[in-house]
Design a protein around this ligand. Structure first.
Ligand SMILES: CC(C)(COP(=O)(O)OP(=O)(O)OC[C@H]1O[C@@H](n2cnc3c(N)ncnc32)[C@H](O)[C@@H]1OP(=O)(O)O)[C@@H](O)C(=O)NCCC(=O)NCCS
Length: 374
């Protein structure tokens, strides 16, 4: 193909993909100064202007002329906004790579660009499958891939490499017959407010309160799986770990905070939503900071969660049909939360809950059906 003459313009009327020009060199160079760019991609660091010159005026044109790499400039709002490319394609399978200038992120630009090039890969290049790869932790990129229909995500330990260092990598793909639409739910942490509480996403400032709550004797007793002692590092790991269950549709956790002060009072989750047989159930779990107990805070928080969980997905809820809740036998405060919220005791799971001393106690099972909620 001739460069730039044969480079096709692809557009969805919001985002336009076109051949790079010399005018893109400076904005591309600037984009590559962004710390996120340097963290998540394989560009040279430090990134000098000559790197941008060589990429845009030699590497990209050579890719189009010889095949093997097809790179477009992303134009948004009349400006160069980033670059997206397809690579390889041998045997009908190739990879996609992309980067966007920081000032235009989170406006859906890359999702649009990605759909355009994937369609090009299937319809014009005749590929059967496109592979997306990102270093583990690049949630923005993972979300773009999910929104554009990439699926079957796996982690490849040490699968990625940048500047001589190996990183764990996420890999997902989409085949030519796959819809370029999200597969499964990626639950948002919808902010819920009522009765003096705000249920919201966790934030770094919550770490100390999480440590206090999770070092508390009663929390420790009933949640025997928690690390002991529970450190600030554990709190950080806990907060970071809230992303994955949301992304795979498995569960979502809220920080329960005081509406007036925003101080963290506890945690409530709905999980088990990707159940093997029935994806309409959800299990509620929680813990409270010791200083906030005895004030009906968790009963109130669970009330807000129930309403949200039974709201259809199309209306912003979790679309649950049935909620379950288990309280260890003897944990009367936990059973009380279920009872005051209208749950029905349906049975006992025998020897289901481990204690730190190696013994087991029964689990009291409660459930609530959407049809029972007025
Ligand atoms: C990854 C990148 C290309 C995304 O471009 P973008 O135009 O912002 O993407 P979109 O707006 O289409 O989608 C981004 C989504 O990720 C979400 N997101 C961003 N950062 C996030 C984070 N840290 N955690 C969770 N979600 C995040 C956004 O909210 C948005 O989702 P939404 O539309 O549902 O709100 C851009 O951030 C970038 O260039 N990063 C640096 C380079 C890079 O990482 N390249 C990819 C290497 S694999």
């Amino acid at each position: 193909m001739r460069f730039p003459d044969d480079v096709p313009v692809l557009t969805d009327d919001v985002v336009t993909l076109r051949a790079h020009t010399e005018a893109d060199i400076d904005p591309a160079y600037l984009m590559c100064q962004d710390p996120e760019m340097q963290r998540w991609t394989t560009i040279p660091v430090p990134y000098r202007r000559e790197h941008a010159v060589s990429f845009l005026t030699e590497i990209i044109p050579t890719g189009w002329r010889n095949g093997g790499m097809w790179a477009w400039a992303i134009e948004y709002d009349g400006q160069y906004a980033g670059t997206i490319d397809l690579r390889d394609g041998e045997g009908g399978v190739g990879e996609v790579g992309f980067a966007l200038a920081p000032e235009v992120r989170d406006a859906g630009v890359m999702t649009r660009a990605l759909k355009l090039v994937v369609r090009y890969a299937f319809d014009v290049l005749g590929w059967d499958r496109v592979i997306w790869r990102a270093f583990v932790g690049n949630w923005g990129s993972r979300r773009v891939a999910w929104k554009a229909g990439f699926r079957g995500l796996v982690v490849v330990p040490g699968g990625g490499k940048a500047r001589g260092v190996r990183y764990d990598e996420w890999v997902a793909t989409v085949g030519k017959d796959g819809a370029l639409e999200p597969q499964g739910n990626w639950w948002p942490v919808t902010v819920l407010e009522g009765n003096g509480l705000r249920l919201r996403p966790f934030r770094p400032a919550d770490a100390e309160r999480i440590v206090e709550a999770c070092n508390d004797e009663r929390t420790h007793y009933w949640l025997a799986g928690l690390p002991s002692p529970y450190t600030l590092e554990d709190a950080k790991t806990f907060m970071e770990g809230r992303q994955e269950p949301r992304a795979i549709g498995e569960g979502v956790s809220w920080a329960v905070a005081d509406l007036a002060t925003d101080e963290l009072l506890g945690c409530v989750s709905v999980f088990g939503m990707n159940h093997r047989l029935d994806k309409t159930v959800g299990e509620i779990g929680y813990w409270m900071h010791p200083g906030a107990r005895g004030r009906k805070v968790m009963s109130t928080a669970v009330g807000l969660i129930i309403d949200h969980a039974f709201t259809p997905v199309a209306e912003g809820g979790l679309g649950r049909r049935r909620l379950v809740l288990f309280a260890a036998d003897g944990n009367s405060a936990s059973a009380h939360v279920a009872e005051v919220n209208g749950f029905t005791r349906f049975g006992t799971e025998r020897a289901a809950s481990a204690r730190r001393d190696g013994s087991y106690v029964d689990h009291l099972g409660f459930d609530l059906l959407a049809s029972e909620r007025d």
